[in-house]
Design a protein around this ligand. Structure first.
Ligand SMILES: [Mn+2]
Length: 370
């Protein structure tokens, strides 16, 4: 029997509000390494969104270096792809020499056609792709992602007599049932073109990444969930680590819980009770039940809660103060550049400046020409 750990959505370098999660991420990597030792895990899958940003910080690179080196020191065979947050080139840097130490990275769709074979198991490593990426890989033009994806998978010529695992970072659904996403993912990912998981029927296991809530997609697909809770919208999600036990074509999925260094949670109570409560290092969003606003509230909360995230007053009507008003937008009739400007303002709290607006217009024009 071979044991593998299936990880995804590490988002190394991620911040929650302005707090760096470097310490939390280092902590959880150490816990994963402990789990690997304890369970005699021999391989690791990292299914995309290795980094949080396309240009990772030096600190983020050092953290990935630490994790990969620790895996290589233990002779853990590692299979990694970039996700939509990653730069294909940056995650793929030094992939050829790295593969000689058992760290296999595939950064381009064309390289996914041939599997990496390890212990008799075929690993098809497919980076996050859009229809243009697949078009470039196959030298063809595609009108939509699903057709392109189907073509790509057919060209993999999967040998049914072997155990086949595909690693993929896309949004998959099963029988028309979309995966469950948190509200923060809905704003971040926006409207998504889902791919039916049935496109991957020939695989014995689909090691997925992209959706941050752990869940199975059909009988063979699984999102293991993100490394940590990355948003207060994920406060109620349980996180676990997915271990695969592989015997021939038989794959058994086991979940293991690991406690993070700090939790992400929501406290709903009056300000007076919050201040009376126990001190905590967790990342906390406050829903204050008070009916008048507390002055200088964040500074006061931070004396007790070092990582206070934000404050909401559910009992104070937002009308008049400009906050929390959800304007209804007619998406079909509003030009994309206006929708983007609105989205930008919602996310950043400031208007697009003239240069940014021009850049967006130019990019949208370029996209339309494609
Ligand atoms: Mn992600």
């Amino acid at each position: 029997m071979v044991k593998l750990i299936h990880l995804a959505d590490l988002h190394i370098g991620k911040k929650i509000d302005d707090y760096s999660l470097a310490e939390d991420q280092k902590f959880i990597f150490d816990k994963i390494l402990e789990l690997i030792d304890k369970e005699n895990v021999e391989g690791a899958i990292i299914a995309g969104d290795v980094f949080d940003q396309k240009s990772p910080s030096q600190e983020a690179y050092e953290l990935l270096d630490y994790f990969l080196t620790s895996l290589a020191d233990r002779k853990i065979e590692t299979f990694m792809i970039p996700g939509n947050h990653d730069s294909d080139e940056r995650v793929g840097y030094a992939r050829r020499p790295l593969s000689k130490t058992g760290i296999h990275i595939v950064s381009f769709a064309a390289d996914s056609l041939n599997p990496v074979v390890w212990k008799g198991i075929n690993f098809y490593l497919l980076p996050f792709v859009n229809r243009f990426d697949i078009g470039r890989a196959l030298n063809e033009d595609f009108d939509d992602l699903e057709t392109a994806f189907r073509d790509l998978v057919e060209k993999m010529n999967v040998d049914d007599s072997k155990c086949n695992i595909i690693v993929s970072h896309q949004a998959f659904n099963h029988d028309g049932n979309d995966p469950i996403r948190s509200s923060s993912e809905n704003t971040e990912i926006g409207a998504v073109e889902y791919l039916p998981i049935s496109l991957l029927n020939q695989f014995d296991y689909c090691a997925l990444g992209h959706i941050h809530k752990k869940q199975n997609i059909g009988p063979k697909g699984r999102y293991p969930g993100s490394l940590l809770k990355y948003h207060s919208g994920e406060a109620n999600q349980e996180k676990s680590f997915t271990i695969l036990e592989i015997e021939g074509k038989q794959i058994n999925v086991i979940e293991k819980e690991i406690k993070p260094l700090r939790d992400v949670r929501i406290i709903e109570s009056s300000f007076a009770d919050c201040i009376k409560g126990e001190e905590s290092d967790d990342y906390i969003k406050f829903r204050l039940t008070d009916e008048t606003k507390v002055s200088n509230v964040m500074a006061k909360l931070k004396e007790k809660y070092k990582h206070a995230l934000s404050v909401e007053y559910p009992n104070i009507s937002s009308v008049g103060n400009g906050a929390n008003i959800e304007e209804k937008v007619n998406v079909e009739e509003t030009p994309i550049k206006d929708l983007f400007a609105k989205f930008f303002k919602e996310q950043k709290g400031v208007e697009l400046n003239e240069n940014q607006a021009k850049t967006i217009e130019r990019l949208l024009e370029e996209l339309e020409e494609k």
